[in-house]
Design a protein around this ligand. Sequence first.
Ligand code: ATP
Ligand code: MG
Length: 383
Amino acid sequence: MRQLKQALFVIRTLKQNGFEAYFVGGCVRDYLLRKETNDIDITTNASPSKVMKLFGAKPTGIKYGTVSFTKNDINIEITTYRIDGPYLDNRHPEEVIEAPSVEEDIKRRDFTINGLIMNDSFIVIDHVGGKEDLKFKMIRSIGDPETRFKEDSLRILRAVYFQSKLGFQIERNTREQMSIHRDLLENLPNERILNETLKILKGDFQLRALKTLETSKISSKLPGLEKGIQFINEHMKESVYTDAFFALCFSLNKRVPSEWKFSNVIRNKYETVVDLVNSNQEIDALMLYTYGIEICLLTNKVSFLLGRSPFQKSKIEQMFENLPLKSVVDLKFKAKDLLELTGKKQGAWVSKLLDELVKEVLLEHVNNTHEDLKSYVIKKEGI
Ligand code: ATP
Ligand code: MG
């Protein structure tokens, strides 16, 4: 509501300039559901250049007639009424044509609950039966679902996302066509699949959405996730946070498929956890030192979810706090001490021996004191 009020001036200004303008999409749906909304979408018959002039908005999706600007932390996107030209690649219209009326603009939108518009007096106008579907908690394609999924297959995952976010049912015909046309997901860039999957995982009704992914066989189109989704559906009563979800799926899959465009940091994290989970090693001081707390907690979480180990979060955290050292710089015997004591030349042996000292300290064979470490080196080097 706050966001809508803050964006009201946009609609009023457009109207004062002789144009039509409405709130549209998620913000109207969320308003009727009395939910917090993300961004504000506005649809208008004013041209993008006119809107840019009026509000100093920037072209953020100009190909599709979208310009936007931020006001008091609220992202306001304004799109000129449009009809999408033919879709030849299941994801992008070949061209977009300005639509003569708001009704035409609404028809190109994905689901009826996203096709509601609202004027500046907060009156909701419904050309697609969205109000009824909101009331009955139903996700239904606008128009023929088969055509709509063939136009843009991302909508298949968007339906699951809205289910995860809102807990709604997906209307039967819509659901059947999602499943029938699941192969079309192969035409989408992996980044878009990842992005939508992340949104699905964050919803309050994640488990319900994961059920849909399995029953509709859409999960078979998500590389490396199918077994994990099946496992969660069979065994879990509560939703799983994103990292644990991916790490669990990939652990069952035994690798992280290259199709997923994770950042290197995230990919490394999942790869390490997959290896550690499958090694079935117990988490000890050495592992904590080597991989850090985050990886070890995630490894434990996944092993626990898989029924292979007890949940040991606080024990692991305590073990980490009590590590006698967290980095080689914490060692009380330094490289220069080694060189001085042995009189030998600098070389690869130095870091090797320091690593050995670290290991001995972590295993509590030697105390991390200068004296004890010195005695260890004297004995070891036969000085
Ligand atoms: P959210 O709460 O996730 O922001 P939203 O409904 O606002 O939900 P957006 O992705 O922000 O979703 O899109 C805004 C609106 O644009 C949607 O409500 C819908 O009307 C339309 N839309 C977005 N993506 C598509 C698509 N792939 N096909 C058809 N219409 C779409
Ligand atoms: Mg939105």
